[in-house]
Design a protein around this ligand. Structure first.
Ligand SMILES: NC(=O)c1ccc[n+]([C@@H]2O[C@H](COP(=O)([O-])OP(=O)(O)OC[C@H]3O[C@@H](n4cnc5c(N)ncnc54)[C@H](O)[C@@H]3O)[C@@H](O)[C@H]2O)c1
Length: 257
């Protein structure tokens, strides 16, 4: 409790899945959490539940695929709370496709949200972090950036881009006391993956589970607690780091038939 007292945090894609779990975990540690999402109704509904439990929560509609929407969200946050200590770039879409069959429009749509969305949010928040020489930016990447799966060319490329951008910015802004880190989740049971179970059947679940030594899907809360650590002063000397939360998938992948 209170590891993030007096901190103001923006979380994108906060209405569901990992973003919602991160919002809850940051609030539980005392942060003022600004939950932002394109799905305003669900975001408000979840925020109201958290408000009932005395959490400091505010919601703002934001489409990270749109520069005006991001700038308005960040400006409103500054007007209301005066600062931004923590930015969690979580929102993303999962559009499958290999390089041979993916229409260019799908590539552009995915890149605009999953990679450029983080660029937009960082660009808008950075001046406010620089002015007080303090900030923690957490980019949610994926194990897709580290390993190869068929059918996820653009998604993996965007997640790899996020890792590189995290490193570049960590190097550039370390002396300003602004830390940039990323988290690479493995297969986590969220609505995003629930949809894949429905579309691809049990085969998807079996394949995901069997590849990692811990033989299970991860929980959103397990990713969220890693975000709390990276956001907190406990991680005050950690920057340019990627933490995989994947049951060992990347470090000790299993062979299976
Ligand atoms: N679930 C997994 O197994 C897994 C694994 C690795 C990485 N990730 C990453 O974790 C993050 C969260 O994934 P999730 O599984 O919780 O996803 P999810 O689909 O369950 O939730 C994503 C949220 O983002 C919002 N969103 C989508 N487009 C948006 C936009 N343009 N602007 C603002 N909000 C938008 C959605 O409304 C939704 O609330 C993503 O970056 C995803 O790539 C997930």
């Amino acid at each position: 409790m209170n590891r993030l007292k007096d901190k103001v945090a923006i979380v994108t894609g906060a209405a569901d899945g990992i973003g919602l779990a991160i919002s809850k975990a940051l609030a539980k540690e005392g942060a003022m959490v600004v939950m932002t999402d394109i799905n305003e109704e669900k975001c408000t509904q979840e925020a109201n539940l958290l408000l009932e439990n005395n959490n400091n929560i505010s919601t703002l509609l934001c489409d990270i695929g749109d520069t005006n929407s991001v700038n308005t969200m960040v400006n409103t946050c500054i007007e209301k709370f005066g600062k931004i200590d923590i930015l969690v770039n979580n929102a993303a879409v999962a559009i499958p496709g290999t390089i041979t069959n993916m229409p260019e429009e799908d590539w552009d749509k995915l890149m605009n949200i999953n990679l450029k969305g983080a660029f937009r949010c960082i660009k808008a928040c950075l001046p406010h972090m620089l002015s007080v020489k303090q900030g923690s930016v957490i980019n949610i990447s994926s194990t897709q950036a580290h390993r190869s799966w068929d059918d996820w060319t653009a998604y993996a490329a965007a997640k790899g881009g996020l890792l590189s951008m995290t490193n570049q910015l960590a190097g550039q802004f370390g002396s300003n006391n602004i830390r940039f880190n990323s988290i690479s989740p493995g297969a986590i049971l969220t609505p995003m993956n629930q949809k894949r179970v429905e579309e691809e059947g049990e085969q998807f679940l079996k394949g995901s589970i069997n590849q990692a030594p811990m033989l299970r899907l991860g929980k959103s809360e397990e990713v969220a607690m890693t975000a709390v650590f990276l956001a907190s002063d406990e991680a005050g000397f950690i920057t340019g780091e990627d933490i995989t939360v994947d049951g060992g998938l990347c470090t000790v992948p299993r062979y299976f038939e």
